[in-house]
Ligand binder design. Structure first.
Ligand SMILES: Cc1ncc(COP(=O)(O)O)c(C=O)c1O
Length: 424
């Protein structure tokens, strides 16, 4: 028996070894108590305001709106949160919970490094020991964040197994947790994993949607017509979507990594590949998982380390079944073009992950009316991506939105995204 619902429709659940069950039960019980504890909520809110810099603002992207024609575009500026991404909201919440449970050691996994930096930051603040697992490929492409984590006092543990990206880092983190579960809290970074993580991470990220709704009403007198966010595991998206779930007129759009195109399989779109998108269990949760024909976890590819993961958060699978949210893809080339466009037109360098959401806006806004509003969750800032982007943008890609229909598997590679083997 669980205290909170453990599934979203038929997705989610808790598929873990026996040794982890007591820790998950303890976590669920403590999270439920903390949720109803005014002192805990005040402490967390105090840190979000005085330490993390919340509320993050909403910026009207006037030059981008003008260039694209159509809808007015607004940006929810999670890039301005302390440490440069939405990940800090969840890291502070879970680190406080670990403290409540008397666990003084934190482990985390990270792809883009932003969750690792957020975890290391929360641990430094609260005086907790911190070890972060990171795939070697991701360590190479997100080197500035590796340096930041070490500076913050965390131990970064390189992972050399498998594709040496996020999936493999999570494998290692779970192995560590099984061994040290008495003393250690696993600070999972997205709305993924066994129950209660998808629910708990959503609750800690709800602050994005709550603020965005209030701010949009104050700024424009209404809710947006569409709210767009990139989807790795799905935490920034579920945080934003939560604010508008009860507003049926707000279209919710999640954007997955289309990589080099759906047809060739070099992507991380769990929903739109007719050959590889299948139901399965990865890291304790039942959801859409990219798989090979014999059921192995398929290799993924994205220019952005934070979207390069084979499974999607279970609540997104459910929202898609309900028809409440729609999921699209942006290729590496489209994300890079959007990265340039936002930088040059608005003076805001987005994280490559967030650039996928901007790419969807580039496609969608021109088809909308001038009295309509499109809100983008700018999940993080792009400083960490400069090493990746600089060589790729040596010959700038076309800034014209691509008409290709990737969702139908007809996408073609823009050719600007390098393969993993070339990145080393
Ligand atoms: C800036 C940024 N945005 C988005 C993501 C994707 O994660 P999620 O889907 O959980 O928001 C990451 C993950 O590392 C990230 O660093």
């Amino acid at each position: 028996m669980t205290i909170l619902p453990s599934k979203f429709g038929s997705y989610g659940g808790r598929y873990v070894p026996e040794t982890l069950m007591p820790a998950l039960e303890q976590l669920e019980a403590e999270f439920t108590r903390a949720r109803d504890d005014r002192a805990f909520q005040q402490k967390l809110n105090g840190l979000l305001v005085d330490y993390a810099g919340r509320p993050t603002p909403i910026t009207y992207a006037s030059r981008l709106s003008e260039r694209l024609g159509g809808a007015r575009i607004y940006l929810k500026r999670e890039d301005l949160a302390h440490t440069g991404a939405h990940k800090i909201n969840n890291a502070l919440g879970q680190a406080l919970l670990a403290q409540r449970m008397g666990k003084r050691r934190i482990i985390a996994e990270t792809g883009a490094g932003q969750h690792g930096v957020a975890s290391a930051t929360a641990c430094a603040l609260l005086g907790l020991e911190c070890a972060v697992y990171m795939g070697e490929v991701d360590m190479a492409r997100q080197a500035p964040n590796v340096f930041r984590m070490r500076l913050l006092g965390a131990e970064v543990r390189p992972v050399s197994s498998g594709s040496r990206t996020l999936k493999d880092a999570i494998n290692e983190a779970i192995r560590d947790w099984v061994t040290n579960v008495e003393t250690t809290h696993y600070l999972l970074g997205s709305a993924l994993g066994p129950h209660p993580y998808p629910t708990m991470v959503r609750e800690f990220q709800k602050v994005i949607g709550r603020e965005a709704r209030t701010q949009m009403l104050a700024k424009t007198g209404r809710t947006p017509d569409a709210a767009v966010a990139c989807v790795g595991g799905g935490s920034n998206a579920i945080g934003l979507f939560s604010g508008f779930l009860d507003d049926p007129d707000v279209a919710l759009i999640g954007v997955e990594a289309g990589g080099e195109g759906i047809a060739g399989g070099k992507h991380a779109s769990r929903f739109s590949d007719p050959e590889r998108s299948r139901l399965g269990v990865l890291h304790g949760t039942h959801t859409f998982v990219l798989q090979t024909p014999d059921g192995q976890i398929a290799e993924t590819h994205s220019v952005s380390a934070g979207l390069d993961y084979a499974a999607v958060g279970p609540e997104h699978a459910h929202l898609r079944d309900l028809g409440r949210a729609e999921y699209t893809v942006a290729t590496d080339a489209e994300a890079l073009a959007a990265f340039s466009l936002l930088s040059t037109l608005e003076g805001i360098i987005p994280a490559l992950e967030s650039a996928h959401a901007v790419a969807e806006a580039v496609r969608r806004a021109p088809k909308m009316k001038p009295d309509q509003i499109l809100l983008i969750c700018l999940s993080g800032r792009g400083d960490k991506d400069l090493d990746t982007v600089t060589p790729l943008l040596a010959s700038p890609p076309s800034l014209k939105p691509s008409p290709v229909s990737l969702a139908n598997g007809e996408g073609k590679s823009g050719g600007t995204g390098r393969r993993k083997s070339e990145r080393k």
